[in-house]
Write a protein that binds this ligand. Structure first.
Ligand SMILES: [Zn+2]
Length: 252
């Protein structure tokens, strides 16, 4: 049965539908990912249009039966993330993170902590934080949503917590130096790269500081994380390809 509900949400994707209608995907706190139709939103006189720009954040009043396409009635207190509009690269990072979320959950599946994680990421991207660090943190935490949480807390073999570590795809986690021989195909990362991956994966996102990290190091950790994704999830996302193209323009 359809009901009228108000949800807290963030629009992360929109597509034109018919003459002047829009389909918008909204990440909501209450109902998970929801697709809504905004009828007439592309009409210049429509009041709905402004609330369903990509990365609009606010309260949405929708008619829903908690499956399929819901209908957007109105919205309140919607704000935009300005920097995500003006900065193509930050926009691309955010689009990729939401694509990751979108593939990890089915519609109307409640997102729990991932809702807050993504909100945090968007806010930090919009505030000018290092997009690589934010993105890699979300990537690492999102692996759990795909059912392949990496084992980062201690050596998968002996439980050692401190020292020099490398990452093993075979074991799905980190190996301490004493157990490197257990996997000749380990990623052969520099110790500081594995250390950064462990920190980003283990640190509660709220505690992520503003520390400057050497771009060479974040490039190395990104390559390792992308490889973990390729070998465990294999998504082949257009948003990620686009991000790679933007990076290659910068020579990374
Ligand atoms: Zn060990």
């Amino acid at each position: 049965m359809s009901e009228l509900v108000e949800v807290n949400g963030l629009v992360f994707k929109r597509t034109k539908f018919k003459e002047a209608d829009l389909l918008a995907k909204i990440m909501t706190k209450e109902l998970g990912i929801v697709t809504v139709i905004a009828r007439g939103a592309l009409n210049p006189k429509s009041k709905l249009g402004a609330g369903v720009l990509t990365f609009s954040d606010g309260k949405y009043v929708i008619v829903t039966n908690k499956r399929g396409i819901s209908t957007l009635r109105t919205y309140k207190a919607v704000k935009q993330y300005d920097l995500l509009y003006s900065d193509l690269k930050r926009n691309a990072y955010a689009a990729y993170l939401f694509d990751l979320l979108d593939h990890a959950f089915v519609e109307y599946q409640v997102l729990g902590d991932y809702y807050d994680l993504l909100k945090f990421a968007v806010k930090r991207l919009n505030a000018g934080a290092d997009p690589e660090i934010i993105t890699q943190m979300v990537q690492l935490k999102m692996l759990k949503a795909y059912g392949v949480a990496p084992h980062l807390a201690d050596c998968v073999i002996c439980g050692r917590k401190q020292g020099i570590f490398d990452y093993s795809l075979t074991y799905g986690g980190v190996l301490c130096q004493q157990h490197f021989h257990q996997d000749p195909h380990r990623l052969h990362l520099e110790a500081k790269t594995t250390a950064l991956i462990r920190t980003l994966g283990l640190l509660p996102y709220q505690r992520l500081g503003e520390t400057q990290i050497d771009p060479k190091l974040t490039e190395a950790s990104r390559k390792a994380i992308d490889r973990i994704y390729r070998e465990t999830v294999d998504l082949n996302l257009k948003t990620q390809k686009f991000l790679e193209e933007l990076r290659s323009l910068d020579g990374h």
